[in-house]
Design a protein around this ligand. Structure first.
Ligand code: NAD
Length: 485
């Protein structure tokens, strides 16, 4: 870990406002923990409401100038930031693994994925389009222009400390918006390092601020009450998203909400089972199961259920668990002791209701917040584990007989983020993809996220899309100018 000590010493730990970190030696700090050991990694400055408003002052001071900066120049800065993150991929990967817990190989994938939002949106910045046309009545002309929404607040979760930030910062900056990021309390270091990278890439002071805090609401509340803020973009739980939607009503803020999920992973009897097991491993165990797109319910045709479950169980039982920075480990710790207890409660509840433990089934003793990779079969559909996000390395399997039953089971949730289907029939894939109430569907694929595709949920999984050509629209206002003929 000696390289890591050098890296850690280079990460800013003060609030990032006006293009630089404030003095980290402040009286108000909070500890960032290594979830693999419970040790404190760093003390980070703890933003107050006054600090947040100072960041907003700074954003407002430069908003007009940033909006007027040539799109090509905004693009060049984003592109330079992509290059710098890519050059420092190992630093970002190690930092994320140590503050969040995921296996190093997964952190490396997240760096590539997260950085790509900066490159993708650097390519979108010069392509913001308007429209000019003759009114159908022949009485006038219609000019439609797009302009940046204005200062934005981004609130991000801990499970993808880099990508959940770049997915918002990339399009906001490309559109000409300024942004204040409130990173998750558990993982502020990655975002502070990213702020440093943006400064190195030439981003003007004030365009991007990062305000870590131990009390999220005390920072987001005053910002959202301030009429100068124009938008809040949030990734996190549905419960918190609901509160933010309510709060955003006061100033009628634009909102983008990427919320919780409860993804069904449906394996039909005509599926290629090798592919389905590979897909289930990725969709379920990636990020230790701490992903909004994680397969929460494995809904498997009864005709192939035992075969699928046996193969999946063998793969899951062979997984190596331990600190993510040890390259031999595939599953790191959960983020906190509380998160581990919540996973344990869901498993215990399902087992008490009759689920069969095929492998795993409990926490791992010792330092850190490890939980055994687990497969549960015969999970009663009324159990909490079927209705709630597990956010842990636990595969919960239920069966079905007909396609209609599978679709009904998949849709029987208030969430609608990702869904996965495995079948070798093209007709069935298209029919079922159409019938699923979710914003994203993977067909014979266990990982679906792509910076060039719109990521977002329906029902209580959210509002709006991130990534793709849709992502930048979330940061643009439409204006209609009526002209004479
Ligand atoms: P969380 O909702 O507890 O926290 C998310 C962020 O909101 C954090 O920065 C937190 O500090 C902040 N926050 C918490 N309470 C707040 C309040 N009252 N006011 C303002 N901010 C507040 O979620 P989490 O535990 O960090 O992340 C896990 C959740 O995020 C899961 O539900 C997961 O599905 C979801 N998620 C969704 C997506 C997506 O794209 N849809 C992606 C990743 C994670």
């Amino acid at each position: 870990m000696s390289n890591f000590d050098d890296l850690l010493a280079s990460v800013p730990t003060g609030l990032w406002i006006d293009g630089k970190p404030t003095d980290a030696a402040r009286s108000r700090t909070f500890a960032v923990e290594n979830p693999a050991t419970g040790d404190t990694l760093a003390e980070v400055a703890d933003a107050s409401a006054e600090d947040a408003l100072r960041a907003l002052d700074s954003a407002c001071r430069v908003q007009r100038e940033w909006a007027a900066t040539a799109p090509r120049q905004r693009a060049e800065i984003l592109r330079a930031a992509w290059q710098l993150v890519t050059d420092r991929a190992e630093d970002f990967a190690l930092l994320m693994t140590v503050e969040m817990g995921k296996a190093l190989a997964e952190s490396r994938s997240e760096v590539a994925y997260g950085a790509e939002f900066l490159r993708w949106f650097s390519e979108e910045a010069p392509r913001i389009q308007g429209r000019y046309t003759t009114a159908p009545s022949g009485n006038g002309r219609i000019l439609v222009t797009k302009s940046p929404v204005g200062p934005c607040l981004a609130i991000t979760p801990w499970n993808f400390p880099l990508a959940m930030g770049t997915r918002k910062i990339g399009p906001a900056l490309a559109a000409g918006c300024t942004m204040i990021v409130k990173p998750a309390e558990a993982t502020p270091l990655t975002m502070l390092l990213l702020a440093q990278v943006f400064a190195d890439a030439g981003l003007p002071e004030g365009v991007l601020s990062v305000v870590p805090t131990s009390d999220a609401a005390s920072v987001s509340g005053p910002l959202m009450e301030d009429p100068r803020l124009r938008k809040v973009t949030f990734t996190g739980s549905t419960a918190v998203g609901r509160k933010l939607i309510e709060q955003s009503a006061h100033q009628v803020l634009r909102v983008s909400m990427e919320l919780g999920g409860n993804a069904p992973f449906v394996v039909f009897d005509d599926a290629d089972l090798d592919a389905a097991v590979d897909g289930a491993m990725a969709a379920k165990m990636r990020n230790g199961g701490e992903a909004c797109t994680a397969a929460n319910r494995l809904i498997v045709a009864n005709a192939v259920r035992e075969e699928f479950t046996a193969r999946l169980t063998a793969r899951v039982a062979a997984m190596t668990v331990g600190p993510g920075y040890d390259e031999k480990n595939q599953i790191g710790p959960l983020i906190t002791a509380k998160q581990r207890s919540s996973v344990a409660e869901l498993v215990d509840d399902a087992v008490a209701a009759g689920a069969r433990v095929r492998t795993g089934g409990g926490p791992i003793d010792g330092p850190g917040y490890f939980y055994q990779p687990t497969v549960l079969d015969d999970v009663p559909v009324q159990s909490r584990i079927v209705a709630e996000e597990i956010f842990g390395p636990v595969a919960a399997i239920t069966g079905f007989d007909t396609e209609d039953q599978a679709i009904a089971a998949a849709n029987s949730t208030e969430f609608g983020l990702a869904a996965y289907i495995y079948t070798q029939s093209l007709d069935r894939s298209l029919r079922v993809a159409d019938a699923l109430e979710s914003g994203m569907v993977g067909v014979n694929r266990g990982v679906i996220s792509d910076p060039a595709a719109p990521f977002g949920g329906v029902k209580q999984s959210g509002l709006g899309s991130e990534g793709g050509t849709e992502g930048i629209e979330e940061y643009l206002e439409t204006k209609y100018v009526a002209l004479p003929l």
